[in-house]
Design a protein around this ligand. Structure first.
Ligand code: MGD
Ligand code: MGD
Ligand code: MO
Length: 775
């Protein structure tokens, strides 16, 4: 391979389409969603040549067990059975899967891996759907067809040839159905390892750990009726208009009935202004926008705990004169650690709160005042909160503040994290966990008749380290685009290339197929919109959304190729080949998923009567004991947590970088180089900066810059030829796009609290560039 120039592209350029215009940026002044989104949906459907079939496809999405679950975000479906609750980005993800283009054997005959490596990530996915199983042939540097049986045998032989099952790692991205998830973890555990890393390790691990410790459940407590009853929402570190657009529907409705919506974010995102919900036909026709933001708290990156604590500070100040500011009954009856927490808040001075948050005391007091006046409040958060060193403390501070007002286990109140992938929550429920709880394993073992390993398995970062030092030799990925999603892109490339075998179960070609092990398989599967015929007809799978609703999903479309298999069938094939002595009826499970669900009903808490309950019109909701004020913590109480504020100061001259998504991407899948609500066109190699930070460095608008990061490992990492864009964000903070900037995230930058990579907490230096423009 011609390493030199390709390495430069791999680690410096944007990952969208090749650039065909100059960067521009203009503030977006229209309401979020609305006609901008509707036109964009039309554009996507036409571009994918699916205007008619596409529309019919959409109408079958998310509907009461008669359609497929949107492969987009994890926001719940409308519980009233509304006929059209879909969003622009859901439409993009779905049509992405429904492309008529195909990447078949003749495609791979024409292109070597070295050649494809020079393609952009956009071009790889644009090439179309994968159609048959492929194996890497070193001699020709090409992927060539292989039969399913041979592919399974190759996986089985490689795994059985290992010295220990811990030399294999089994990754999953959060789209896998509950049924496939359950078989996946069964295979890994029967084989003998808990090496089950997942995208959650980079996403909401901190939320799970904080909620578990505080409330005895790893999940949020709210459901949609709560969202319909809250009179105040704190929306923290979420770009809802792009990443959870259906949340705008709830916020719009909340605002119309007079609820307050407060956004805490270093950027004032589109959802902080106003919205027209595309399915609200009357508002669309009248261009009638609904205000969905009442107060913006422009916190500095990493400063959320200080913002939250200022609420507690004001609450305790006021409680001296008016004890009813606190819900004293709730605190006395249901919580532990209150006095320690009160003392910790007393020790935190206003000077610390202002400095730590980067927000004026007056604004913090205004926020607290509004919060303390609300009878019912929901706190909702996403990655802006979870991807920092002290995220577990920050999320526990969210719970602390909720508990002061008794907002736990009460209608219209509670913690409500916004999850990422459409079934990432279900993956955890159904056993994808590198640190499984003993109760989970014990119950699973008893039902499955296996003996699961008890030692902790590898997470995402551990897996990379294991690949690098040679202790992990086989890497299996059920979905996702591991090599681009993880931190430290250059090391990640090296890690994957050291593997003996990489196995990718995917729908489309991506970078993770080209950065492969010595032996490599691509196993193509059905997408969510496609038919999956079992012995009793078209099969259904289930998924759990961010509010713990479990729904059926059934694809209707003809599969992209007759050679595709379902994820369940592929897993069953690999598992049988790995475990020839196994008593588990792998193939029998794949014939009819009801059989898997019958076992899950026994093995997983809350799943009793699974087959029956999930067929009820709107599925079912997994009960949360904490919702009924039953706390499965060590003390049996909801736990206050008295941590100190984190120290987020950087040495002079350094800036704090958060890496995040544009409007037009799904994680590593980039649809265009535009970011509509931030007004950016034609480039992803940009860095949003405060104008004064730019002036101090002598940068004009769009100046060429280099960005260098600092790591605990002592190494610096750099991208060159980026462009600075002046944007209203706090001083000392800069913001750029993932996955491009994963190049700057060191592997050593991992939270001691959650083990998450610090993707919103990267110390950088930005200087004028003399390098050529990044592509
Ligand atoms: N269209 C689309 N939808 C998606 C995805 C996608 O890529 N595209 N990805 C899915 C996945 S897997 C996930 S996890 C979610 C991610 O959804 P988000 O969490 O919205 O994702 P990010 O783009 O990383 O945006 C983080 C937000 O946090 C803010 N932020 C950054 N640092 C801080 C901070 O220190 N404090 C606070 N308060 N805010 C901060 C940013 O300004 C931004 O608004 O979206 C899911 N939905
Ligand atoms: N710097 C930085 N890095 C980040 C983040 C960040 O904020 N900043 N966010 C992190 C987060 S929150 C997450 S969740 C991860 C995401 O990490 P991943 O989940 O690994 O990445 P995705 O880009 O969502 O995966 C896209 C791929 O999934 C495959 N796919 C799509 N549909 C299907 C299907 O139905 N079946 C199968 N088998 N495959 C399918 C396609 O081949 C597609 O290329 O990235 C993390 N990385
Ligand atoms: Mo995520």
């Amino acid at each position: 391979m011609a390493q030199g120039s390709e390495i430069a592209d791999d680690f410096n350029n944007g990952r969208g389409p090749r650039q065909d215009g100059e960067l521009s940026q203009r503030d977006y002044t229209h309401p979020a969603a609305g006609w901008g989104a509707a036109f964009s949906v039309g554009g996507v459907l036409i571009k994918n040549r699916r205007p008619v079939a596409g529309t019919a496809g959409m109408l079958r999405m998310n509907h009461e067990g008669k359609g497929f679950d949107c492969p987009g975000c994890a926001w719940p479906d409308d519980r009233h059975g509304l006929m059209l609750d879909l969003c622009e980005n859901g439409v993009k993800h779905t049509t992405w899967e429904m492309t008529p283009k195909r990447v078949d054997a003749s495609f791979f005959e024409r292109h070597t891996v070295a050649e494809l490596s020079a393609w952009t990530d956009y071009e790889l996915e644009e090439a179309g759907r994968l159609t048959e199983p492929l194996v890497y042939d070193e001699g020709s540097d090409k992927y060539v067809p292989i039969s399913w049986d041979e592919a399974f045998r190759l996986v089985g032989d490689a795994l059985r040839g290992l010295d220990s099952p811990h030399q294999a790692s089994f990754y999953t991205s959060g789209r896998l159905s509950n049924e496939a998830t359950f078989l996946y973890q069964w295979w890994a555990r029967e084989f003998g390892t808990n090496n089950l890393p997942d995208c959650s390790n980079m996403c909401h691990e901190a939320s799970g750990r904080a909620l578990e410790a505080a409330l005895g459940t790893g999940k949020g407590l709210c459901d949609l009726p709560d969202w319909e009853h809250a009179d105040l929402f704190l929306i923290i570190g979420v770009n809802a208009a792009s990443n959870a657009p259906r949340m705008l529907t709830s916020l719009g409705e909340a605002s119309k009935r007079g609820a307050q919506i407060i956004h805490i974010n270093p950027m004032i995102e589109a959802a902080a202004r106003d919205t027209i919900v595309p399915h609200d036909f009357l508002d669309m026709a009248l261009l009638r926008a609904t205000k969905i933001g009442d107060l913006d708290v422009q916190v500095r990156i990493g400063g959320d705990m200080a913002v939250l604590r200022s609420i507690a500070k004001v609450a305790f100040e006021r409680a001296e004169a008016d004890p009813d500011v606190l819900d004293r009954d709730f605190i006395a009856e249901h919580t532990a650690g209150f006095e320690e927490y009160r003392a910790a808040v007393a020790r935190t001075s206003w000077a610390e709160l202002v400095r730590g948050s980067g927000v004026a005391e007056e604004t913090l007091r205004e926020l607290a005042d509004r919060y303390l006046r609300a009878e019912r409040a929901i706190v909702s958060w996403c990655l802006g909160v979870t991807q920092h060193e002290n995220s577990v403390d920050t999320i526990r501070e969210i719970v602390n503040v909720l508990m002061l007002r008794g907002h736990i286990g009460k209608l219209g109140s509670g913690p409500s994290p916004v999850r990422g992938h459409s079934n990432v929550q279900g993956n955890r429920t159904c056993g994808i966990d590198n640190r499984p709880a003993e109760e989970w394993l014990a119950r699973f073992d008893a039902v499955a008749g296996v003996v699961s390993p008890r030692e902790r398995g590898l997470d995402t970062v551990d897996t990379l380290k294991g690949l690098l030092d040679g202790t992990v030799k086989v890497f299996v990925a059920l979905g996702g685009n591991f090599v681009l999603a993880v931190p430290d892109t250059e090391l990640a490339f090296r890690a994957l290339r050291r593997a003996e075998l990489t196995v990718q179960v995917s729908t489309k070609l991506n970078r993770s197929h080209l950065v492969h092990g010595r032996a490599a398989l691509i196993l193509p599967c059905f997408g969510r919109t496609e038919q999956d015929l079992g012995i009793n007809g078209n099969q259904q799978v289930t998924a759990e959304d961010a509010m713990s609703y479990v729904n059926l999903s059934q694809g209707k479309r003809k599969p992209a190729s007759p050679h595709l298999r379902s994820e369940v069938a592929i897993l069953a094939g690999m598992a049988s080949a790995t475990l020839p002595e196994s008593k588990t009826p792998w193939a029998w499970f794949a014939e009819d998923y009801d059989r898997i669900r019958d076992v899950m009903a026994e093995a997983i808490e809350g799943f009793d009567g699974f087959n029956r309950r999930v067929r009820e019109p709107l599925g079912f909701r997994i009960a949360q004991p904490a919702r009924d004020r039953v706390f499965r913590t060590k003390t049996g109480k909801a736990e206050f947590h008295a941590a100190a504020l984190p120290d987020i100061e950087l040495p002079t001259g350094q800036l704090m970088l958060a890496t995040q998504r544009s409007h037009d991407q799904w994680n590593t899948t980039i649809y265009s180089n535009n970011d509509r609500y931030r007004g950016v066109k034609n480039s992803r190699t940009v860095l949003f900066m405060n104008a004064e930070d730019m002036a101090e460095r002598g940068f004009e608008e769009f100046a060429r810059i280099d960005i260098e990061s600092f790591s605990r490992d002592g190494r610096t990492r750099k991208v060159t030829g980026y462009q600075a864009v002046a944007y209203k964000i706090p001083r000392g903070n800069v913001i750029g796009y993932m996955p491009e900037l994963n190049v700057l995230c060191g592997l050593a930058e991992q939270s001691g609290q959650s083990d998450q990579p610090l993707m919103k907490h990267v110390a950088v230096r930005v200087t004028k560039s003399s390098a050529p423009a990044a592509g």
